[in-house]
Structure formats: C-alpha cells, structure tokens
Design a protein around this ligand. Sequence first.
Ligand code: AGP
Length: 618
Amino acid sequence: MCGIIGYVGREDSPRPLAVAIEALTRLQYRGYDSAGVVVANAAGLAFAKKAGKLEVLEAELEAHPLPLATAAIGHTRWATHGGPTDVNAHPHLSEDGSVAVVHNGIIENHEVLRLELAEAGVQFRSQTDTEVAAHLLARALVEEGNLPDAMRAVARRLEGAFTLLAVARENPRLVVGARRTSPLVVGLGDGENFLGSDVAAFIASTNRALELGQDQVVTITPETVVVTDFFGQPVTPRQYTVDWDASAAVKGGYPTFMDKEIHDQPDAVRDTLLGRLTPAGLLTLDELHVSEALLRSVDKIVVIACGTASYAGTVAKYAIEHWCRIPTEVALAHEFRYSDPVVNEKTLVVAVSQSGETMDTIMAIRHAREQGAKVVAVVNTMGSTIARESDAALYTHAGPEVAVASTKAFLAQITATYLLGLYLAQLRGTMFPDEVRAVLDELTAMPAKVQQVIDGEDSIRELATSMKDVESVLYLGRHVGFPVAMEGALKLKELAYIHAEGFAAGELKHGPIALIDEGQAVFVIVPSPRSRSVLHDKILSNIQEVRARGARTLVVAEEGDTAVAEYAERVFWVPPTPTLLAPLVAVVPLQIFACALATAKGLDVDQPRNLAKSVTVE
Ligand code: AGP
C-alpha cells in the first residue's frame, strides 16, 4: 500500500527532497506503481510526480530539479481509484496551487464531495479520490486561516480510511497530517521533524517516534509537534524508541530482502522468545494486559488474520486446542464480520498480523470488540493500528520484514502464538508446569534446528532451478502440516507466479487426486514417525497414491524416517522436533524452493507483481 513521508526543517536546503526520496526508497516494499514529491519554500510549492518506479521520478528530478526548500511531502502510490498515470500520481494540488496533499487509504464519500466541488466550479484533473482533499483544504484554508484548522475541518468531513499529509504555500515550515485507521507515525529530530506511514520512512534520521491514535491531526514544524483530535482537543501521544536501526532494513549482504529474511529466521524465533522465559524457565508475558480472571473464563478463541498470518494462526489452533482444551477457530479477517460470527465477552480474539495495518483485520477486530470480545494482537510492528486497537499486544520480534512475501514473520507468529497457548495452559492448569517447561525447552532449541535446515539450502536451490519451467505444484500435509502446505503453496504463487495449491492430504481422494498426472510435482510434508504413527502412516499412503499415478514426490521429512525414502523422488530432511513444533522447520525448504525458483525465472522476489506488503484497503 501507499508509502508516505513528510519532512520539515529550519533553512532552505536540498535536505527535504533528499529525505523524501530516501524515505520513498525504503518504503518501496509496500508496493506501488507511481511516485511523487512536493517541496515548499518562501516562493511557494514545486512538485514532480511520475507513473512507474522511483527511478522514473528520479530521472524527472534530474531533468527538472526542484528548488531548495524547508519542507517536503512524498508518496508512493498503489492505485485504487484511477490508473497508475502521471496525473493520478500524488501529490495533488488545489486549483490555485496553494495546497498540496498526499494520501493513503480510501475516501469513501469522495464522489459526493467531488460533485459538490464540481458544482462550485472546481475543474478536476485526476480520477483519484485524493484530489477532493486538495480542493477542500484550499477552501478551508481561506475560511480557517491556517492549515492545521483547515485540516481538522476537512478531516471531519471525510469518511473511510485515510492518512493525509498536506503542505501549504502560506507556511513552508509546517506540515500537517491527519489519520483515520490508515497508518501514520511521527519521527522526532533535532531542528527537524518527520511524518511517515511507518518508521522505515525516517529510521535513517531518528529512532525516536510518536504513536498516533485514531482521528488525530498532527502538526510538525522544525521545533514542535502538536497533536489534537479532529476537533482541536490536545492529545498527548506516546513516545517510543524504534528497536531496530536503518541497517536492519537493508540487505545485509544478501542479494535480496527475501534471501536475508529467510536467513534471519533463527533470530526471529530466538528474539520472539527473548525476555519471556524467567531464569527458572517459566513463561512470563508481562505485556499481556488482559486480566487472568478473564483468561480463565474464556470459552472460545478465534484467530483472525489473512494470508500467511492465517496459516500461522491455523498452526496455533492445533497447539492451543491440544494444550488448553479451548475450542479454537481460525477466521479469515475479510470473511469474519460478514459471517455473523458467534462472539461474546467470553471469546478471546487473537489478531495475527505482521504489519499491524491490514485493513481487513482491523475491521474484523473492531467488529469482535463491539460484540464484547477481548482482543490480543500478535503483531510485528510496534505502535501499529492493530496493536493500538487491541486490548493487549504480544509483539513478535522478527525485525523489519521488507520483502512483500512473508517468511520470518511467519515463524515469529507461530512462536508467539505458541507462547500465548502455553501461557493460557499454564494459567488454566491444563498443563503441568513441567509440561510447559518441556515445550519451552524444545522451543528454545528451535532456532538451531531452523538454522540446520537453512544450512542445507543448496540442494533445495538446485532442485528449484531445475524446475524453473514447472507449471503447477501441489502441496500436501496433515494436522499442523496442512497449514504448512498452504503456506508453501502461497509462497510459490506469490514469488514465482506459478499455480500452486495446498491440500489437507486426507482430502486428496475426495477429488484433488484427479489432478495427478505423469510428472505432476507434489510436495508432501511428512509428520514425525514418532507422532501418533497413524498420522505418519496415512501420509505415507498418500505419497504412494500420488506416486502410483506418476507424480514427482518431493518430501519434507524428519531425519531418520527411512520409510518415506522408498516413495520419494527427493527428500528434504529436517531435524527431529515435537509434532506441534514441526512447522517451524518444515516450512523452510518450501520457502527456499519458492525463492530459488522465482530467482531462476528472473523475477523480483522482494516486490512481486500486483502485491503490496501491507493491504491497507478492504
Ligand atoms: C504473505 O506472504 C502475504 N504477503 C500476505 O498473505 C500477508 O501475509 C497478509 O496480507 C497479511 O498481512 P499482515 O500479516 O501484515 O496482516
């Protein structure tokens, strides 16, 4: 989704534009199809905006430089209303050129406002919803006399989700932002201040940030930051320090962010466990600000998420039900509130999200809270909307995940939801302390096991490269291997644009086996032979069923499981792990396979076509 940067400094200089371009470069991972910047100085506003990637805008700036300035706002646009053209790129200016605005989200009443403005004689240039905000701001500026009051007046009229930044000719040392639901954070500098759609926008300049809440307007000058609600009532925002630096958001010597983040996974698991085990090895979740009495009274858990996060939630379902004996459902966020869900004050909702800004998930948890449910967010982004709108946030510590396709966040989400399940089991007494401790000890050993799988990546990459022309791959799994199969298929779809489908292996004979033809590639995730051997035996039968029909059986199995070797074209061995923890290692070969195959096809594994890192529209 759109990336946004705002900057204001003391003196006219090249810095505002430089900060804006650097920020938009870091925000590229959010997915976009046009980009633009506007700078402000005493002479007024000057802008450049182009369809295409940032390089196109930079070429434009080379050919037609913008003047030195004290302020700048910049934007990378992921087209919603109106195609990716120069005219539709942001910023959008008012007719008289007095105000420029950039926007992330959707102004849902833009058509009504557009009609009102057209009837007042406004000539629209673009097909965007955003342009109405530029014209409204210019009119409000005349009535209110200053940009902050003008922004508050306009924000009160808008419906939908939006983050707006504006700069006006009247005061080039002031930038104003307004947010409803869409993300916006403040970066605090010395003699300069920043606004960004996430901290990556300004992390190169400062790690001091302010968290903004719902329906708030923030005004930054070089020396001040003022936050109010939409009616001008002062608000005191929470300040926090970003716990990673700019270097963490660069590739660290890997060819792509995707490669880096796959290799970051042992640390993502380790860091998510960090600080949550007492020296005595007991579990402590201080940040879980939900009363113990309520956690004891919970009679149902609903995990709400999308995409990869929903597969992490499905893994958690198996673990939580086994450890806590609480009925646990997994609901796709975009389906949840339309399914008339049975949710009440005894329901615990677990919202899983890497970005913490997925609009489908935000709207779903709002619905759940309206029904009386308590919400625990499992998020990777501090100060994100989902974290703020939940009753408690259990942060994953995967570090910034820049590649659009999620990898290390997936392992961190599984780890964090395991901790939540163990905490509930510990609290409700459905596991003895020594049982909880045993699982925690196994979890503590997982980073090394994940590393061991990564160390064997070359053979996986070789197979992937040899299969770069494959047109379809199926993924089969049982129990916690089923969500792993779904995630493996999603990775191949996202990265290599190849049709891939994950199935519960038991479903095969109920239809999908008709897909099996000579040479059909099938990944099979095999549970440990120690895990209730019926699970293992049944998946062995599935391998034989597909193999007998000519399938290429590519198997992920536990070291020493010699029974599978006979029916597998290739086996990717993973270290022995307890059944419920196996997803942490079983998914890694599938991630590496998808990444390597996409790379062999010459595709951009960090920013796959059509995808955005954070889907901030419904
Ligand atoms: C994962 O590879 C995808 N990029 C996508 O499915 C993602 O997991 C989903 O959009 C949810 O995003 P979130 O975790 O930021 O809420």
